[in-house]
Design a protein around this ligand. Structure first.
Ligand SMILES: [Zn+2]
Length: 101
């Protein structure tokens, strides 16, 4: 009978200890959390996309037709971005178009 009482006591003691340990781990995790996330993120994204961290694929405007295209799908030619190669060629055909400065 005494052993049973001891067992119950050990059970409650271990529960209390577990609670305390969990709280300590949560505090430690909150400190190490942002650093760990930054390390995993740095290996993925290029430095160019730092201006818009919320959007993984920002939209860029086509210099020919003005349509907004995802940056990964946009065609870059002569410093301008286009929605397709056809527009890039068409823009090159008339160099000083509406975008002339
Ligand atoms: Zn276009």
């Amino acid at each position: 009978m005494r052993q049973l009482l001891l067992l119950i006591f050990v059970f409650f003691a271990s529960q209390w200890l577990f609670k305390k340990l969990k709280r300590a781990q949560a505090a430690a995790g909150a400190q190490a959390g942002p650093q760990g996330a930054g390390a995993t993120r740095a290996s993925h994204g290029p430095a160019a996309s730092r201006s818009a961290p919320q959007l993984p694929d920002p939209l860029v405007r086509c210099a020919e037709c003005g349509v907004h295209t995802p940056k990964s799908e946009a065609i870059v030619a002569a410093g301008h971005r286009f929605c397709c190669t056809d527009h890039a060629q068409r823009y090159a055909a008339h160099p000083t178009g509406r975008d002339a400065r």
